[in-house]
Design a protein around this ligand. Structure first.
Ligand code: GLY
Length: 596
C-alpha cells in the first residue's frame, strides 16, 4: 500500500468512509449523503450503499449499473435481471432519474450515449444534444448594447430552452439495441410517480437553495415549493403529471413527445414564460433528430480512450489531457507527487485553450477534430510541460487542419449539474451516457411534470471578439458545445472501463483524473472516483476543499499556480470490466452501483 498525501486520503476513505463522505458533503453542501431516505430500500441497495461507504467497489459476474440514485439503479437492474439489454435498462434508469433527480436530467434535456456492442465489437456514439431554435439569433444572450447578459438572466425562463433531445435518444437507443418491449420500460417511472417516492437530501437541499428562482413559475413552484415551503428530505412526493407523460411516451413513442399535446404544452411554456420568453417552435420539435457521430478515441498507455466527439468537447479534451500526460511517467511519480499534478494541471490548461478556440458543433463550423488528438501534435504540446514550474501562460496550439480559418476564443459559462449512467449487460454490451438539463433545475420551467433545459447557455454569449467569429457562437439549429464526456476505455479491442461524470466543464478533469488513478496508480474503480479532485481549466487550480488535495496547495502555489480550495462536486459512475465487473459510485453524491 502506498503512503503519502493523496493515497492517505484514498486509503483513509477506505478505512473511514463515513467521515470522508460527511467531509465531502459539508464541503459541497447540499450534496448530502443519502442516509435515511433509502433505509427501506432492498437488501441489494443496502449492500451497495454499504460498499460505497466502505470505499469498496460492488462486484458482480454478469451485469452492472452505476447511476445517481438508488431508485433509478433498481429500475435498471430489474430490466437487466429480466433479460433486457443495457439500452433497455438505460430507458428505465433515465425515466426514473427524471423523477427522483429532476434537477439534473430528464425528458426536457439532452444527452450523449456511447455504446460498445458485445456482438459486433463496434462502438457507436449517439448525439441527443438540444438544438438552438431556428428563430434564435447569435445575439440571443446579449443586451441592447451587444454585451453578454448576466448568466441567470439568460438561464431562467424560455430564452435558454433548446429543443429537447433525450426522448428521441431513448427511442433511438431502444430501436437499435433494445430487447425488452418499449412500454414495459416506463413501468418503474410511472409506478414511482404515482405511488410517490421519498425526496432525497440532495434534492431537498438544492430546492431550498434555489427557492427564489423556482418560485417564479406557478407549475414549478407548486411542485417544488408546495404551500410556499421548500420540499423536505424524506417527504413523499408524487408526480401524476409526469406519470401521464410517461404513459404517452410508452404508448406513442417519441412522436408523442415531439408532437401533440406534450409538444404544445412545451411550446406554450417557453413562448409565454413571464419576463423571458423563448422562440422554440413546432418546427424545431418536428425537425429534431438524434445524430450518430464518429467516435473520438485517443491513445493513453496501453488503452484507447473513446467517447463523444463534437458537439461535445468531452472526448477531445479528455484525450488531449491524457495524450500530453502520457508523455510523462505518472505511475512512477504517484498520486502524491505535486510534480504529477503540475503536469496534469498544465496539460489541462493547454487542452482547454484548444477547446476554447476550436471546439463546437462541427456541422456548423469546420473543426480540426483528428488533428486535436494526433499523437505527434500532442507530443509537441506535451513538450511545453518539460519544465519544473507552472506555465506562465497558455495559448491554443496549431493542430493539423485542412481549413485556413480564424476563430476567436470563446466565452461561455458552464455550471455543474447533469448526471451520468454506466451500464454493462449480460450480452457484453457497454453503455456510457451523460445526460443533462444543464443548470440545476434547467430553465426552471416545468411542463407536464418535467423541467425544461437551459442548454442554450452552453453557447458563447459573445458571437465575435474584435470582429473574429467564435466557433461556439449561437446559430439557428446548431447544438451548443458540451463538456460531457461519456467514455469507454478499450484495451486490445475490448472494453475495460465505462466512466463519466456531471460537473460542467470540470467533467473533463474529473474523468481524466479518474482514468489516470485507475490506469497509472493502480486504484480500483471506487478508489479512483473517491480520490480527491484537483482540476485546472483556465489557470486557477481548484483543489477539493476539506480533503488532502487541499493539502497540495502550498506545493502547487510554490510552482506558480493560483490555487483555490473549493467544493468539487463530481458524480462519477464507473464500471471496470475484466474477469468480474466492478462498479463504483461517487461518494460525493447519492448514487450506487448494483450488479448481478
Ligand atoms: N451542460 C453541460 C454540458 O453539456 O457540458
Amino acid at each position: 500500500m502506498r503512503t503519502g498525501i493523496f493515497t492517505t486520503v484514498a486509503v483513509t476513505a477506505l478505512a473511514a468512509a463515513p467521515a470522508l463522505a460527511q467531509q465531502a458533503a459539508d464541503a459541497v453542501a447540499p450534496e448530502a449523503a443519502a442516509g435515511g431516505v433509502f433505509e427501506s430500500a432492498s437488501d441489494a441497495v443496502q449492500a451497495s450503499l454499504a460498499a460505497k461507504a466502505d470505499g469498496r467497489p460492488v462486484e458482480a459476474e454478469n451485469w452492472m449499473i452505476a447511476a445517481a440514485n438508488p431508485h433509478a439503479v433498481e429500475a435498471g437492474a430489474a430490466v437487466l435481471r429480466a433479460g433486457g439489454s443495457a439500452a433497455d435498462a438505460m430507458v428505465a434508469v433515465q425515466t426514473v432519474l427524471g423523477l427522483v433527480e429532476p434537477q439534473s436530467s430528464g425528458l426536457g434535456g439532452g444527452a450523449f450515449l456511447v455504446w460498445y456492442d458485445g456482438a459486433t465489437g463496434e462502438m457507436t456514439t449517439l448525439d441527443g444534444r438540444e438544438t438552438a431554435p431556428l428563430a434564435a439569433t447569435p445575439t440571443l444572450f446579449q443586451n441592447e448594447n451587444g454585451e453578454p447578459l448576466k448568466f441567470f438572466d439568460a438561464v431562467v425562463g424560455g430564452r435558454s430552452v433548446g429543443t429537447p433531445g433525450t426522448p428521441a435518444l431513448l427511442a433511438e437507443a431502444h430501436r437499435r439495441w433494445g430487447r425488452a418491449p418499449w412500454p414495459s420500460l416506463f413501468d418503474a417511472g410511472i409506478g414511482l410517480a404515482e405511488g410517490g417516492f421519498a425526496v432525497s437530501p440532495r434534492l431537498a437541499g438544492l430546492v431550498a437553495r434555489d427557492a427564489e428562482r423556482l418560485g417564479r413559475f406557478p407549475a414549478t413552484a407548486d411542485y417544488f415549493l408546495p404551500d410556499g415551503a421548500a420540499l423536505q428530505a424524506g417527504a413523499t412526493l408524487k408526480n401524476p403529471a409526469y406519470a401521464e407523460t410517461l404513459r404517452i411516451l410508452a404508448s406513442e413513442g417519441a412522436a408523442g413527445f415531439y408532437g401533440g399535446p406534450v409538444a404544445a404544452d412545451i411550446l406554450r411554456g417557453v413562448q409565454t414564460a413571464p419576463g423571458n420568453p423563448g422562440v422554440l417552435s413546432a418546427m424545431d420539435m418536428t425537425l429534431y433528430q438524434v445524430k450518430e457521430r464518429p467516435t473520438v478515441c485517443a491513445s493513453y498507455r496501453a488503452f484507447e480512450v473513446c467517447g463523444m466527439g463534437p458537439p461535445s468537447s468531452g472526448a477531445l479534451t479528455v484525450g488531449q489531457i491524457l495524450g500530453m500526460a502520457g508523455e510523462y511517467d505518472l505511475a512512477a511519480m504517484g498520486p502524491d507527487s505535486a510534480e504529477a499534478w503540475r503536469i496534469i494541471g498544465d496539460a489541462s490548461r493547454l487542452a482547454f485553450a484548444d477547446r476554447g478556440r476550436y471546439m463546437a458543433d462541427s456541422d456548423f463550423v469546420p473543426m480540426p477534430t483528428e488533428g486535436l488528438v494526433d499523437a505527434d501534435y500532442l507530443a509537441s504540446r506535451a513538450a511545453l510541460l518539460a519544465g519544473e514550474a507552472a506555465l506562465d501562460s497558455v495559448a491554443p496550439g496549431s493542430p493539423e487542419f485542412d481549413h485556413a480559418l480564424l476563430f476567436a476564443d470563446d466565452e461561455s459559462i458552464e455550471l455543474p449539474s447533469t448526471s451520468h449512467i454506466s451500464i454493462v449487460d449480460q450480452y457484453g454490451n457497454v453503455l456510457s451516457m451523460t445526460t443533462t438539463i444543464e443548470n440545476a433545475f434547467g430553465s426552471r420551467l416545468m411542463v407536464r411534470g418535467f423541467l425544461l433545459n437551459n442548454e442554450l447557455t452552453d453557447f458563447s454569449f459573445r458571437s465575435h471578439r474584435d470582429g473574429v467569429p467564435i466557433a461556439n457562437r449561437l446559430e439557428p439549429g446548431k447544438r451548443p458545445r458540451s463538456s460531457m464526456a461519456p467514455t469507454i476505455v478499450m484495451q486490445d479491442g475490448k472494453p475495460v472501463l465505462a466512466i463519466g461524470s456531471p460537473g460542467g466543464s470540470r467533467i473533463i478533469g474529473y474523468v481524466a483524473k479518474s482514468i489516470i488513478a485507475w490506469a497509472d496508480w493502480g486504484m480500483d474503480v471506487q478508489q479512483a472516483l473517491a480520490l480527491p479532485h484537483a482540476v485546472n481549466r483556465f489557470g486557477t487550480y481548484d483543489v477539493e476543499d476539506g480533503t488532502a488535495a487541499a493539502g497540495m496547495s502550498e506545493a502547487l502555489t510554490g510552482m506558480g499556480f493560483e490555487v483555490k480550495p473549493r467544493g468539487l462536486n463530481s458524480g462519477l459512475h464507473a464500471i471496470a470490466i475484466g474477469g468480474t465487473l466492478k462498479g463504483g459510485a461517487d461518494p460525493r453524491r447519492e448514487g450506487i452501483a448494483l450488479g448481478g
